[in-house]
Design a protein around this ligand. Sequence first.
Ligand SMILES: Nc1nc2c(ncn2[C@@H]2O[C@H](COP(=O)(O)OP(=O)(O)OP(=O)(O)O)[C@@H](O)[C@H]2O)c(=O)[nH]1
Ligand SMILES: [Mg+2]
Length: 258
Amino acid sequence: MVLDRLGTSLKDALKKLAGKTVVDRAAVEELVKDLQRALIQADVNVKLVMRLSQSIKTRALEEEPAKGMSVREHVLRIVYQELVDLMGPSTEVALGPQTILMAGLQGSGKTTTTAKLARFFQRKGLRVAVIGADTFRPGAFQQLATLCQRINVPCIGDPNEKDARRVVREGLARARSAEVVIIDTQGRHGLEDDLIQEIIDLNEISRATHRWLVIDASLGQAREMLRQLHSLHRIVVLSLQSAAGEMDASLDSHREAA
Ligand SMILES: Nc1nc2c(ncn2[C@@H]2O[C@H](COP(=O)(O)OP(=O)(O)OP(=O)(O)O)[C@@H](O)[C@H]2O)c(=O)[nH]1
Ligand SMILES: [Mg+2]
């Protein structure tokens, strides 16, 4: 998984720094380059990576270490603080029975993330089913069905049905034996009333226990949007998982993050 790889490459970069006898400008610059490489490979927005690395470099070279702290500890502390600031607080993904409603703007990565999540829960030993409730975009069901087929997860839906509410109602009845049900929905351009109503209805019909908002990789934008959505609707909440890779979390933990 992308995030696993990111974790390993970040750790490697920090280990390299920790192993240096002298932490000087050259060491900081090398560390910053390693961090940039790791984050960009993990699909993090390039502008954010540049902003983060600039901030680490400036702080590491200009700020005085706190009393009793070595230069090495000082630099590691700054890296940690800046990474936490970039990623936001982490949350655990619940590993019990649940119904997840996916939401997000068009092309944000909902369908791909639905399949990634399905595979994630499946690997944790849970029985998973996916419902394809994007009744708007031609080929949407087929796209999801193909992804699900690859990971051997049942994909429930009807490419000829135009009513997403019905797809979800009937899909849930067919997915009764699944412990985790993930519902993929159509993309929104913005805040169109009928589409907002649809997601509210799907939320109610499905009695979703978790709502995941999938947002494009730029974490800064994602966090801003999260704040706005939270105040506007109190329905959707995400974390970023499309963002740097795959994880996400529940409404409640994200309310805290927002
Ligand atoms: N780089 C990158 N591309 C991704 C990621 N997730 C999805 N994509 C790509 O982004 C495009 C849109 O992904 P979808 O999963 O179809 O997005 P969607 O939100 O379901 O789109 P709609 O159903 O049209 O609203 C596809 O070409 C995906 O391959 C990701 O994490 N990183
Ligand atoms: Mg889709």
